[in-house]
Design a protein around this ligand. Structure first.
Ligand code: CDP
Length: 221
């Protein structure tokens, strides 16, 4: 069974997708982490983010993999070769650049193939922007998470503050809007609700309520 969870930045996808995967004992695949890791490698290698063919080459070469972190039963650790980049790919710098890399169709083609390979033969919860539309258009359950921009910025700033980053909630809000605009307007695999996706607005709901609703959808399908 494939559960596709899509939605805009900071809509709660990761928290919810991880918890659903844990409870159902499914594999968890964070496709945003893959685009973030490619962006991290591009910055490391000083690849111009406007050089589409260099980015596609890098996406093909990058030895990207996931592992379970200690004491955890889902694949939440992101590695490039043996280098643990889990925290590095969440930096404000990567967040501000990732949509420029993710809009390159050559990069998306390579990533979509990897995503299908990684989930192949598993029951999986896969989260991203184009999972229900492009990566797994025949997913058994499709969910599109939304939340108000103010709430999304509030959640992301709380998350970043807890990780020791100093954040201004208004600039964070602008960053989320700018990322959503680039993600929604690109030609290849835009952020889009699949017509058969269940829309779940998480603004005034707890994680537990959202997780329970998704599990109920899975039991029905
Ligand atoms: O955690 P957050 O919602 O901020 O973002 P993410 O899921 O880590 O994704 C980071 C970025 O990767 C997005 O803003 C998109 O530009 C890109 N992305 C994508 O294009 N397609 C996906 N399936 C997942 C992420």
């Amino acid at each position: 069974m494939i559960i596709a969870i899509d939605g805009p930045a900071a809509s709660g996808k990761s928290t919810v997708a991880r918890e659903v995967a844990r409870r159902l004992h499914f594999q968890y695949l964070d496709t945003g982490a893959m685009y973030r890791a490619v962006t991290w490698q591009a910055l490391e290698d000083k690849v111009d983010v406007f050089d589409q063919s260099a980015l596609q080459g890098l996406a093909r070469r990058i030895p990207l993999r996931f592992e379970k972190s200690e004491g955890n039963d889902i694949d939440d650790k992101v590695l490039v070769g043996d280098h643990d980049v889990t925290a590095l790919i969440r930096s404000p710098k990567i967040s501000s650049m990732v949509s420029l890399v993710a809009r390159v169709s050559g990069v998306r083609k390579v990533m979509v193939e990897k995503q299908r390979e990684l989930a192949q033969g598993h029951d999986a919860v896969v989260e991203g922007r184009d999972i229900g539309t492009v990566v797994f258009p025949h997913a058994d359950v499709k969910v599109f998470l939304t939340a108000s921009t103010v709430e999304r910025a509030r959640r992301r700033s709380a998350e970043m503050e807890s990780e020791g980053h100093c954040v201004d909630v208004h600039s964070l809000e602008r960053e989320l809007i700018s990322r959503d605009t680039i993600d929604s307007q690109r030609r290849s695999g835009p952020l889009l609700r699949a017509c058969d996706a269940h829309v779940v607005n998480t603004t005034d709901r707890t994680i537990e309520q959202v997780v329970a609703e998704i599990i109920k959808l899975c039991e029905r399908s």
